[in-house]
Structures are given as structure tokens and as C-alpha cells.
Write a protein that binds this ligand. Structure first.
Ligand code: SF4
Length: 397
């Protein structure tokens, strides 16, 4: 029996160093962190504070904002202060889509982490020079990048703040495209270059991302990044995401395919699902991915059969009713199965089971043990009674 020795199905996560972002830890064995981004213009202080708070209240543990100008960067001081005064000190990340350091240096004073995109640090050869980059030219460009980046790295280091080196497949620098092509290799080299600069300045509070809108590219880039980091003795945590995943069902599936595939292999310490929808919609998707993989348990786990010709009640309606009654009992696994033929055996070790027995009758299970048979009309109430009798019930808030 090949399943006999299969005793520990838990995902073994890759060891990384812990990176502190405000009071949240990314990596270092901490639970995978959920993050998202507000769409508000940060010059709109009230709107931004409200949006950050809305996201944080539904479980977004780190909130990202964009800072396209020095005015936006300064506005972050007020946003941070207002959050602290009226709500709490939500960990904030600022996206600096700019080569210039003035904005980054200003915003670094007010937020907990700064995200930079290596692809935007452009020191290229003249457009009419199409010869390959020599090692000396690469070294020279790296020097220039180092000089540009140094004040930000030093500022973050001295304040105990973090940086995300966020590589995007769609915005590799011309030098990387020219040398490595539009490939995961180019993405990884871009990140490594920046990591080495940070390390040379004794700064290691770094998180890395390798986002792409095509799932296979994104998966390949993260896996290659892990390989290269392992080879070089680096253990930075990874921020996972599929960019431009779109909206609706396919956007969610695409994100889950990319993020879930990597998480299942132990790769990834913080995630963002990027949907073309309100950011609030991203948070439940993040938590569902983590729950499905057994990485975080933040809701009741429902096990339900798909129903078939043997089903003895309206499964969809009963599952809905059971969920409505019990979805606040985080930590429990509850099964709703259409019949006793396969139901009890396939409840996947659920804590409680609601199983069709005969037409009009259901059986309630505690684990694998059948506890009682009751008329179907009383099924949900009896299930609640059983959970209460076991002392596992709490009243919904
Ligand atoms: Fe059909 Fe019973 Fe399996 Fe549900 S548990 S799919 S009703 S055989």
C-alpha cells in the first residue's frame, strides 16, 4: 500500500531569513503573509487612510501604496500618522517606480518597506551601439547603480526597515534583455545584481519577487531564483504574485495556479493576488489558497461530495445551510456527504460529518464514528447541538 508510509503531508517550507516589515515578519518560519495594494491616490489622505484600514480589517497584513512624486511621498507621513492615531500602525510598503532617489528617500522615512524595480535603473549604452555588453561595461553600470541605490539602502538599513527587490518580466532593463533575452535568467540576474549591492552595504532586510503575467514564466523565474540563491548561500524570503492576472474566475485560477504551485513546493513567504477588481476581493482568494494548501487555517474547512445519483438530499442547499450556521467555527473541518455508500469513507478525517442515510434521514458523525440518525429537517440543528455538546461551539460575533 503506497499510502502506508504517507504520514506527514504538510508542506515543508524553504528556510529563509526573517524580514521585519513593521510588526509583521516575512519568512523565517512565520505564516505566509497576505498583502494587497490600495488604488487611491496618496495625495487623498482621508481616502487612502480609509482604504488602508478597510483592507487591513479584512486580513490584508501589509498594505502597498504607490508614490509617483515627492508630494505623494510626503503625504505618506500624514497617512501613517493618521492611521496610528485613529486605527493602528498598519505596515505599509511604498512602490517607487522611479530611478531617482529623492522620492524613495523621502518615503523611506514614513513607511516600513520600499519596493524598487531593478528594471527601472537604466544606465544603458547609446541606442546606436548594438554590440554586446562586455564584463567591464556591466561592472561600470553596476557601479552606477550602486551609487544611485546606496543612499536608500543605507537609510533603510539604519532605520531597520525593509526593501523588496521586485523584478517584473515585463520591465527588464534593456541591458538584461539584450544580454539574457526576455527570460527567467534575465529576471534572476537583475535581482542578484541588486541583492549583491545591498549585501555589500551590509543590508539584508530584503524580500524578492519575480512576477510575470504568464504563469509558467513566473514559476520558472521563482524556481531559478531559489536555485541561484541556494547556490550562493542566500536565503531571502520571496513575495509571490502573478501580475496582470485579470479578473473573475480566470484571474483567480491563474493566480492560484502560479502562487499555489510554488507554495506547494515550499516556495513563498508572502503573497499578493493581483486582480482587476477592488483590492478587497483579493484577500479572500489569498486566504483560500493558503487554507487549501494547509499553510494557514483561517476558516472552516468544508468537505463536500460533488453529489451523484445516490445523493439523498439537496447537497447544494444543505451545504449552504451548514456553512451559514458554522462558518465562524474556525479550526473545524465539517463534511457534508450525499450518501453512506462512500460518504463516511471519503470525509477526509473531518471533525464532523452530515451524511445522507435514507431518503429523509441523515447520520451525524464525529470523526469516523456515527453518533446519531435524525430526520433531515432537523439535520443542521442537530449538527449544531452535537458540536455544542462537544464544547466546540462558540456564538457567532
Ligand atoms: Fe455520490 Fe455518495 Fe459519493 Fe456523494 S458520497 S458523490 S452521494 S456516492
Amino acid at each position: 500500500n503506497p499510502t502506508e508510509n504517507y504520514t506527514d503531508p504538510a508542506i515543508r517550507r524553504r528556510d529563509t531569513r526573517p524580514v521585519q516589515v513593521g510588526d509583521i515578519t516575512i519568512g523565517g518560519g512565520a505564516p505566509v503573509v497576505v498583502q494587497s495594494m490600495i488604488n487611491e491616490d496618496t495625495l487623498d489622505i482621508e481616502g487612502s487612510v480609509a482604504a488602508i484600514r478597510r483592507l487591513h480589517e479584512i486580513g490584508c497584513e501589509i498594505v502597498r501604496v504607490t508614490v509617483p512624486s515627492i508630494g505623494h511621498a510626503k503625504a505618506l507621513a500624514e497617512i501613517k500618522q493618521k492611521l496610528k492615531a485613529t486605527y493602528q500602525n498598519v505596515p505599509l510598503v511604498a512602490d517607487v517606480h522611479h530611478n531617482g532617489m529623492k522620492i524613495a528617500l523621502e518615503v523611506a522615512k514614513h513607511v516600513d518597506k520600499v519596493r524598487i524595480n531593478p528594471g527601472l535603473y537604466v544606465f544603458e549604452k547609446p541606442q546606436d551601439d548594438r554590440t554586446e555588453y562586455t564584463a567591464a561595461e556591466f561592472a561600470d553600470i553596476r557601479d552606477k547603480i550602486r551609487q544611485t541605490l546606496e543612499p536608500l539602502v543605507v537609510s533603510l538599513r539604519d532605520q531597520g526597515k525593509a526593501m523588496r527587490i521586485g523584478v517584473n518580466h515585463g520591465s527588464l532593463s534593456e541591458r538584461m534583455l539584450f544580454t539574457y533575452g526576455d527570460t527567467p535568467e534575465g529576471m534572476v540576474e537583475s535581482a542578484l545584481e541588486f541583492i549583491r549591492i545591498c549585501e555589500s552595504l551590509d543590508f539584508r532586510n530584503i524580500v524578492i519577487s519575480m512576477k510575470a503575467s504568464r504563469v509558467p514564466v513566473m514559476i520558472a523565474a521563482y524556481k531559478l531564483m531559489v536555485q541561484r540563491m541556494d547556490a550562493e548561500g542566500m536565503n531571502y524570503p520571496l513575495h509571490l504574485g502573478v501580475t496582470e492576472a485579470g479578473d473573475g474566475e480566470y484571474g483567480r485560477i491563474k493566480s492560484t495556479a502560479g502562487i499555489g504551485t510554488l507554495l506547494a513546493q515550499g516556495i513563498g513567504d508572502t503573497i499578493r493576488v493581483s486582480l482587476t477588481e477592488a483590492p478587497e476581493k483579493e484577500i479572500p482568494v489569498c486566504y483560500s489558497i493558503l487554507q487549501a494548501l494547509g499553510l494557514r487555517k483561517t476558516m472552516v474547512e468544508y468537505v463536500a461530495c460533488p453529489s451523484c445519483g445516490r445523493t439523498l438530499f439537496n447537497l447544494e442547499d444543505v451545504l449552504h445551510e451548514v456553512r451559514e450556521a458554522t462558518n465562524h467555527l474556525v479550526g473545524l473541518d465539517i463534511a457534508v456527504m450525499g450518501c453512506i455508500v462512500n460518504g463516511p469513507g471519503e470525509m477526509a478525517d473531518a471533525d464532523y460529518g452530515y451524511v445522507g442515510k435514507t431518503p429523509g434521514t441523515i447520520s451525524l458523525y464525529r470523526g469516523k464514528e456515527e453518533i446519531k440518525r435524525v430526520p433531515e429537517v432537523d439535520g443542521v440543528q442537530e449538527l449544531i447541538n452535537l458540536i455544542k455538546a462537544d464544547g466546540c461551539w462558540v456564538e457567532p460575533e
